[in-house]
Ligand binder design. Structure first.
Ligand code: HEC
Length: 282
């Protein structure tokens, strides 16, 4: 018992300094990289995927409510074909997520991220096989599901993707390709699936996963701003400190990420403290 709590304290110290470094300077890999602690397999794959999934929830909510929801009220447009030259619009939330996922794939971090559903708009997002089976459980209790995917040889985690903002529901219900038109606020609309090849990660690898996700957010957000810069006929929002809730504005990538960072570091710490309490009381 004593040993368990001592180990836990050590672990929390490692994690909190990791979170601190990650969330405060944003650069990522801290000095401890070279130390013994950095290479020890300190985290289970589930723990790390849980942390990155929590950050994804925050990013996704912020983008959906703060950019898409508020932006639409200002007349900004968001479209499936946002990258086409003749379409002057920003990415839909699902395509924002896919942009993050595509950027991670280009990085050296072997992390996979997908968004699926049992009633998808895009048929290629339909959950199948083991994932479809586990999604039934997720819909019932909203708890994450983990399994080892034998065919792809990857550890897989699935997390509920919930309709947490009005635009999720209204857009899906009225979409011409929707497979379901009675979504309600709070419904589990789908799941994010995360994959990673090993069952445990070092401190350095865990930070690598979190940084890869954050760099992906930055990349797709900047791609959106670059799209706006190339608008020929539409008005361009003023890009700076302000958000669309204040007018025809968009935050810069730094302002957007900073907002994610503030919310995520709190959540990550809260999770760790909760986890700590449960381990100590065992
Ligand atoms: C403005 C429209 C719009 C908004 C807002 C929107 N979605 Fe979607 N969503 C789409 C479209 C279109 C797709 C299909 C994109 C693709 O993969 O081609 C999609 C894909 C998805 C998928 C993958 C399965 C599928 O339907 O293809 C899930 C799950 C999902 N959205 C959930 C949400 C949630 C939760 C929110 C709110 C956080 C949200 N969506 C907000 C339009 C929207």
């Amino acid at each position: 018992m004593k040993r368990a709590s001592l180990q836990l304290t050590k672990r929390l110290l490692v994690i909190s300094s990791a979170t601190f470094t990650l969330f405060s300077c944003g650069k990522g890999i801290p000095e401890e990289e070279t130390s013994e602690v950095a290479s020890k397999k300190a985290f289970s794959v589930e723990e790390v995927l849980e942390m990155v999934a929590a950050e994804n929830d925050i990013t996704r909510t912020l983008y959906t409510k703060g950019i898409v929801g508020a932006g639409k009220k200002q007349g900004m447009k968001f479209d499936e074909d946002w990258q086409d030259d003749e379409v002057e619009a920003g990415p839909l939330p699902a395509l924002f997520l896919r942009g993050i996922s595509a950027d991670i794939r280009k990085s050296p971090v072997p992390l996979g991220l997908y968004l699926g559903s049992d009633y998808p708009i895009n048929a290629s997002n339909k959950l199948e096989g083991k994932q479809a089976e586990l999604f039934e459980k997720i819909k019932q209790d909203r708890k994450p599901q983990y399994f080892f995917d034998e065919t792809q040889k990857v550890h897989t985690a699935m997390f509920a993707d919930v309709a947490m903002a009005a635009p999720c529901v209204s857009c899906h219900n009225k979409h011409e390709n929707t497979a379901k038109s009675d979504w309600k606020l709070g419904d589990v609309m789908g799941a994010t699936t995360w994959q990673y090849p090993s069952d445990s990660l070092s401190y350095k690898e865990a930070i690598g996963v979190l940084n890869a996700y954050r760099n992906g957010t930055k990349a797709i957000y900047n791609a959106y701003l670059a799209e706006i810069a190339a608008f020929k006929t539409s008005d361009k929002p003023v890009i700076g400190e302000k958000w669309p809730s204040k007018g025809f504005f968009l935050p810069t990538a730094e302002v957007f990420i900073d907002s994610v960072r503030k919310k995520a570091s709190y959540k990550t710490m809260e999770k760790l403290v909760k986890k700590g309490a449960s381990v100590v009381s065992r």
